[in-house]
Design a protein around this ligand. Structure first.
Ligand code: AMP
Ligand code: ZN
Ligand code: ZN
Length: 407
């Protein structure tokens, strides 16, 4: 009898020993970090040693990820976290209108709209599925994290505050990892805007941009040091991404909408780079659609298939895309914010290398020194779901794109 019991105890122990590492690897906490506007090749400047260290020991896409169209912040952050193209998740640009909400404008600064699930319900972010399946998700900023999408918010989330110092954000994430096991999050996000901000102000080649690279890398160094101090560096899966790259603009590269069509007959929804327009007369539409010097315009249903864009009701009837480095604006809009020297912009062709975004991943799930060829950012979502052991919702990504990165 005692021998029988002992055999059962041994068998159970063996099972537990076998199961625990597998479980630990599958459910290692995941930290998703976004460095807004971190163009893929910024990592080659020698200014980001922490990122270089993560890449050396983990997986890296040296040529970056291709962002989704339109190449702006909100659509791409929502693509990263849902695996859906903006045409499918409904955050069709940074500024959005919907016929069901006449006169209401969704924009990044409209806090009440940003917090309204109406705009976000077309997708299901990782944190919603995680919470529904009994995991805990905490967000240290992410577009969408302030809204109760499908009725669910992350267990912890914050109202976005650009002035919140990067180190304070990192320290909050580290404090989460100190929580008792039954309160600790399985999935965390962390977001930094400084590289995008300086890329816009001083161009991707500006001195202040390089300073921003150093500052964000220092924040990552603080995160890595905190993980090491807790013995977690090799037990947390860290996925570091960007939403898009950055291209240099100039006062010498401006195209005016006024020169393409009768301006009084066109209502611009968005302008700058990728632009959405409403032509209020057939004449204005005919004048706009087609190729012009440095800009091309299409009816929404006629965009090139590779943009995966143009079916959603929220997309304006005409979409224009300037050549990389060119600004597309109206005389009225430009008068309010003219360029005075080199600056930076995104919102260009997603296939342009200047629009490509950072991807580095490190942790128990990732093989050392893996290098990935360019892949589409819709494939980050299936990777995150795999790391969390969750079944992905229907999405536009391909798990095969990042499979070589996994152990
Ligand atoms: P973009 O205009 O596409 O370059 O957007 C970048 C800006 O988005 C940054 O300056 C951030 O301050 C802002 N941003 C990032 N996340 C959020 C958020 N959750 N809520 C509001 N604004 C945000
Ligand atoms: Zn951005
Ligand atoms: Zn930006």
């Amino acid at each position: 009898m005692i021998a029988f019991v002992r055999r059962i105890v041994l068998a159970v122990t063996a099972l537990v020993l076998l199961a625990v590492p597998a479980l630990a690897a599958e459910r290692a906490p995941v930290i998703l970090v976004s460095i807004d506007g971190f163009r893929a090749d910024y990592a080659l400047r020698g200014l980001t040693p922490t990122l270089a260290g993560l890449a050396a020991e983990g997986a890296w896409a040296p040529d970056g990820m291709a962002p989704s169209f339109p190449v702006n912040t909100f659509p791409n952050h929502y693509t990263l976290i849902t695996g859906l193209r903006p045409d499918h998740h409904g955050l069709t640009d940074n500024t959005v209108y919907d016929a069901a909400r006449p006169g209401v404008k969704f924009s990044m600064g409209a806090r009440d709209q940003v917090q309204d699930a109406f705009w976000w319900d077309g997708g299901e972010p990782v944190w919603v599925t995680a919470e529904q399946k009994g995991l805990r998700a905490f967000t240290m900023y992410w577009p969408g994290s302030e809204a109760a999408i499908h009725g669910v918010r992350p267990s912890q989330w914050f109202v976005y505050d650009e002035k919140d110092p990067a180190f304070a954000r990192v320290d909050r994430v580290l404090a989460w990892l100190d929580l008792p096991a039954d309160q600790r999050p399985n999935f965390m996000t962390l977001y930094f805007e400084e590289v995008d901000t300086q890329g816009h102000w001083t161009s991707p080649n500006g001195a202040r941009l390089n300073e921003a690279l150093g500052n964000v890398d220092a924040a990552l160094a603080r995160l890595v040091a905190g993980l090491k101090a807790r013995g977690l560096y090799d037990r947390v899966n860290l996925v570091v991404v960007a939403d898009h790259g950055m291209a240099e603009t100039s006062p010498d590269r401006v195209v005016f909408l006024d020169d393409l069509a009768p301006i009084a007959e066109v209502t611009p929804v968005t302008l700058g780079t990728v632009s959405g327009l409403i032509a209020r007369t057939p004449g204005a539409e005919a004048a706009l659609v087609g190729k012009h010097p440095h800009v091309e315009c299409w009816r929404k249903g006629e965009l090139p298939a590779r943009f995966h864009y143009g079916t959603h009701d929220r997309i304006p009837p005409i979409i224009c895309l300037p050549e990389t480095g060119w600004v597309f604006t109206s005389r009225e809009w430009y008068a309010r914010r003219p360029l005075t020297g080199p600056a930076g912009s995104h919102g260009y062709d997603p296939e342009d290398p200047a629009m490509r975004a950072l991807f580095v991943a490190h942790g128990p799930a990732f093989g050392p020194g893996v290098r990935l060829p360019v892949f589409d950012n819709v494939s980050v979502y299936p990777l995150l779901m795999k790391l969390l052991g969750l079944a992905p919702r229907p999405n536009d990504g391909d798990p095969a794109a990042t499979a070589p990165a996994l152990r």
